[in-house]
Design a protein around this ligand. Structure first.
Ligand code: KIV
Length: 274
């Protein structure tokens, strides 16, 4: 008797299917998700990859940076997302501090995200400096997605959220970082906040799929933070396209509810047990 679930047998996105997409020139769609409900909606809508981003620090926890997000919090959110994902690949973002100190920490943290969180892969930020961490996590059998360019966990070192890879020096640094990530064994890499020609150059020269955010249209795929694309954020960067305005809808619904409660119109007869 097989113990493989229907979702696994059917059309689960895998690192192999993502590599195939790159070879065939098919684009990859990735969105962040932080809970079961949105994971289920995005999964059913055909999103290839669900990222439990450390952006949860900003959009779920209301913090200014992603730095305070903990491994326990990421495991908790990953577990909810994994429950809602029947087909999408679930990638858990490794929080700041969980992989920078030593490769042993990195492997331990990645194992928790897979074992307790149900992630299929992990993502971590950085290039040449995280080569060993990537290689060791991969050696433990856990696929790794890299993240180069604008890396929010290095906000203080970058001096703010600044586009990276400008000028010849910057270009060479980002190229070297992305190549280090590929050589270390990553299956894919996020290219964030960089000039579109640089992202295009990387996409053409790397064998692994590139997923862009604020990096132009020539990447192998695109990712957005769900709160930004659904209109749930107060402010969004200029590279974001808002595909819906759920914030306005939610506000209108809440106001209507409050009015009906004030006027004793809710609950009406059909919402009342007799
Ligand atoms: O945390 C996150 O949401 C991310 C994406 C912006 C790529 O890392």
């Amino acid at each position: 008797m097989s113990t493989v679930s229907a979702a696994t047998r059917e059309h689960r996105t895998t690192i192999r299917s993502l590599a195939r997409k790159k070879r065939r020139g098919e684009r990859i769609a990735m969105l962040t998700a932080y809970d079961f409900t949105f994971a289920r909606i995005f999964d059913a809508a055909g999103i290839d990859v669900l990222l439990v981003g450390d952006s949860l620090g900003n959009v779920v926890q209301g913090r200014d940076t992603t730095l305070p997000v903990t491994l326990d919090e990421t495991v908790y959110h990953t577990r909810m997302v994994a429950r809602g994902a029947a087909r999408a690949l679930v990638v858990a973002d490794m929080p700041f501090g969980s992989y920078q100190v030593c490769a042993e920490d990195a492997v331990r943290a990645a194992v928790r995200l897979v074992k307790e969180g149900g992630a299929h892969a992990v993502k971590l930020e950085g290039g040449q400096g995280v080569r060993e961490a990537i290689a060791r996590i991969c050696a433990a059998g856990i696929p790794v997605m890299g993240h180069v360019g604008l890396t929010p966990q290095s906000i203080h070192q970058m001096g703010g959220f600044r586009v990276q890879g400008r000028g010849e020096e910057g270009r060479k640094r980002v190229l070297a970082d992305a190549r280090a990530v590929e050589e270390a064994g990553a299956f894919s890499v996020v290219l964030e906040g960089m000039p579109a020609p640089l992202a295009a150059e990387l996409t053409a020269s790397l064998r692994i799929p590139t997923i862009g955010i604020g990096a132009g249209v020539d990447c192998d795929g695109q990712v957005l933070v769900m709160h930004d694309m659904l209109g749930l954020s107060d402010w969004t960067p200029s590279f974001v396209k808002q595909y819906a305005n759920l914030g306005a809808l939610a506000s209108k619904a809440a106001r209507a509810f409050a009015e009906e409660v004030a006027e004793a119109k809710f609950p009406a007869d059909e919402h009342t047990y007799r």
